[in-house]
Ligand binder design. Structure first.
Ligand code: 1GP
Length: 256
């Protein structure tokens, strides 16, 4: 089954899926392996791998080849640059930072990467992703010259998300930035969800199970957590459970 189809079928099963983000720049190869296996054991639905700085193709190959045969959940690359591709992953979020002020991050890096995907990484399934930076924005907001959408401007987020749907992206990601002081607000998520028909991923600054539940219940199709996995792995189990519970509660309530 293709990775995109797997994600869609899990979303229709549990309402909201959980994806664990690991940044190879922040952990050793051994920690990476342990955390990836732990995330799978705790019920995370996919492993995302990437970061804004300091990741080379060699390092990715080393880290991913060590877990490839051990994981049943898919490995999806979440690249911070064209150097973040590896044949040991299953798919790649082919992402465009829609609210960057620099065309390189909207389409330039993608043009460079597309040639690599054709010539060297034919096994990677590309999943196109409209990446929309909100609020704090974190390192990715800074590096990609984003103009982050203020936390309370649901109207601007909706405009970007609907534009992304019309352009034809597979999925939409509302990103507050890794380690953000405040995650994307539930009101923004529910507003976008009510008017846009694309899987909606939400991440950045989600540190507790209650927030994961609230965002899932508000309409996130996927919740991404990275920092807590590295800093407080035990919390991950509860965040994953709350994500699924929030998604199921929304599904059972009959709200879109
Ligand atoms: C960053 O949204 C992800 O791309 C995860 O953010 O590290 O804050 O969980 P955190």
């Amino acid at each position: 089954m293709k990775v995109k189809d797997y994600l869609l079928s899990r979303i229709s099963e549990v309402g909201t899926i959980h994806m664990t983000l690991l940044d190879p720049d922040k952990v050793s190869a051994r920690e990476f392996r342990e955390l990836a296996l732990m995330a799978q054991e705790y019920g995370s639905d996919a492993l995302m791998v990437g970061g804004s700085l300091g990741i080379s193709e060699d390092q990715l190959d080393e880290y991913l080849s060590a877990v490839k045969g051990l994981l049943k959940i898919p490995i999806i690359l979440f690249p911070g640059s064209v150097a973040n591709l590896s044949r040991y992953a299953d798919a790649v979020f082919f992402l465009s930072v829609l609210n960057s002020a620099d065309p390189y991050f909207i389409v330039g890096a993608q043009v460079q990467a597309s040639v690599l995907l054709l010539k060297r990484f034919r096994n990677l399934e590309p999943i196109s992703l409209a990446y929309i930076i909100v609020g704090d924005g974190g390192a990715v907001g800074y590096i990609s010259h984003a103009r982050p959408i203020p936390y309370d401007r649901d109207d601007i987020a909706l405009a970007y998300a609907y534009a992304a749907q019309l352009i034809g992206f597979d999925m939409i990601y509302l990103e507050a930035g890794s380690g953000a002081r405040e995650p994307v607000r539930p009101r923004m998520v529910s507003r976008v969800k009510s008017l846009v028909n694309k899987p909606l991923i939400v991440g950045g600054g989600i540190r507790d199970p209650a927030k994961a539940y609230e965002l899932a219940f508000s309409g996130a199709d996927a919740i991404v957590t990275g920092t807590i996995v590295e800093e407080n792995p035990e919390l991950l189990k509860d965040v994953i459970r709350s994500t699924h519970e929030g998604g199921m509660a929304r599904k059972n309530s009959g709200i879109k």
